[in-house]
Each structure stands twice: as C-alpha cells, then as structure tokens.
Design a protein around this ligand. Structure first.
Ligand code: F6R
Length: 257
C-alpha cells in the first residue's frame, strides 16, 4: 500500500495492530527496532494515552539483538524497544522477549527463543523494516530463506548504517542474534514499513524482484499475508505503482490490511 500523506502511514499500521490487540485475548506482536516503525509506535502510544487501547495482555517478540550488549545498554534492542514503545504503554515487561545476546551459550539462547515463540502460540503480526541490502531482522544477504534464530555477522554497510546510534563505528557490535527468515515467515501477518527515497530500491527489489537469498526481504513474496506500507518516495522505483495505488483506492471496505 502506498500512502499519499506521511501522517497516513502510521495510522494505517496502527489500525492493524489495534484491531489485533482488541480482537485477540492474548495477542502476540513481533516488534522491529530501527527508525521505520517509530511513527507507528508513537501513534500506538497516543491511542493508549487517549484511553482504551491496552497492551497489558500482549506478548512481544523482538526480531533481533546485538551480541554482547548488556540489557541496560541504551542501544541494546531490549532497551530501545522499552524506550520507544513498550515502556510508554502498559506492556508487562515480563512479556517482552528478545534473543539473549549475552548468553554464554548462544546456540541454546537461539533455540530457547524459537521455543518461546512456539509456546506463545506463534506471532500474530510481525512488524518489519528493510535494510538497503535487503536484510529483514538481521538476515543479511546470503541468509538461508529457511533459516531459524541464529548468530549472524553484520555487513560493513549495516554497521555503518547503525553507527548513528553509537558513539563510534567501532562501538557497533559485529555479531547479532536474529530470528531467521524461516522464523519470520511463520508469523501470521507480516507488515513491512518503509519510508523515504533512500528505501526505494530496496522496496522495488523486495516487491518486484526475484526471490533470492541474496535479498532476504524478497522471501516475503512467499508469505500468504504480507502488507507492505510505504510512502510515495519509497514507491519511486516500483514498476506497477499505479496498479498498487488503484488497488488500494478501490479496496472494499471490509478488507483490512
Ligand atoms: C531492526 C531490524 C532491521 C531494521 C532495518 C531497517 O530490528 O530488524 O532489519 O528494520 O535495518 O532499519 P531502519 O528502519 O532504521 O531503516
């Protein structure tokens, strides 16, 4: 879906999250960090503040985590998501899970994370951003499309992109734990958000390019229920943009994301 106005973007995604959270007694959300979902989190915080929207019964699973950063490090994804979203609403922090990048046995930590997702009944709605190189979670190019939660090495470009959150490039960890592409594909609804011209090439590859491990986000084409929510600049390289606009404009009212 291509939204015409930037304000519309957060509302459309927040509607999908709100509808899930109101519908399911124990909803399970998959949360992404990074800049792309921030307007969505702000909108959900507003809806919580206006009263009515409660996350008290919601369980959350993060996509990924740096290896070696303590939970109380401001850039650990557990700290980031608490600061940006879960700590600003009534989430029970015990229900907010991330892969444990500090475990002395990282294999066991990844297996435990997969088991925790299954134990919670699977993820109902997974929010995703996309890296310029096609990564989802931290599944860098070359990631198996069947991969499960595991250790990955960040590319030099991803470390450079994320250096803006750290004091220096050297401070950006080289290793991460991430849900695998296969893990992500098991969520019941995937919602990928991307804004700005800087994401235009990645959006075109993920929506219209070939399915390839070299561009892991293209694996979303294999999922039965994916919503790609983007603004006009991010739609700049889509060949069928007019068709997508027309389809969204003519959408029957009962059809949600
Ligand atoms: C973050 C994550 C990453 C980001 C991606 C885009 O948990 O999994 O895949 O979604 O790096 O980041 P932004 O949104 O900052 O452009």
């Amino acid at each position: 879906m291509i939204v015409a106005r930037p304000e519309e973007f957060a509302g459309v995604v927040a509607d999908a999250v709100e509808s899930l959270v109101r519908r399911r007694p124990t909803p399970v959300l998959g949360l992404a960090t990074g800049s792309s979902p921030l307007p969505v989190y702000d909108e959900l915080v507003r809806r919580h503040g206006r009263g009515g929207l409660s996350f008290a019964a919601t369980t959350a699973f993060l996509l990924d985590e740096y290896v070696g950063l303590p939970f109380d490090h401001p850039e650990s994804y557990r700290a980031v998501i608490e600061r940006e979203f879960t700590g600003r609403v009534d989430f029970d922090q015990q229900r907010v899970h991330g892969p444990d990048g500090q475990d002395t046995d990282l294999h066991a930590a990844c297996a435990a994370y997969e088991a925790a997702i299954v134990e919670a009944g699977g993820i109902d709605l997974q929010l995703l951003g996309v890296g310029g190189d096609g990564h989802i979670g931290f599944n860098e190019p070359g990631s198996s499309l069947a991969s499960r939660t595991r250790l990955k090495t960040l590319t030099a470009q991803t470390r450079l992109d994320n250096a803006r959150f750290f004091d220096s490039l050297d401070a950006v960890p080289r290793h991460v734990l991430t849900q695998g592409v296969g893990t992500i594909l098991e969520a019941r609804h995937l919602v990928l958000v991307a804004t700005g011209e800087v994401k235009a090439a990645a959006v075109a590859s993920l929506v219209e390019g070939p399915v390839t491990a070299f561009f892991p986000a293209s694996a979303l084409q294999l999922h039965p229920h994916v919503s790609v929510v983007i603004d006009e600049p991010a739609a700049g390289q889509l060949r069928l943009a007019d068709y997508y606009r027309e389809a969204y404009a003519g959408k029957p009212p009962w059809q949600t994301l």
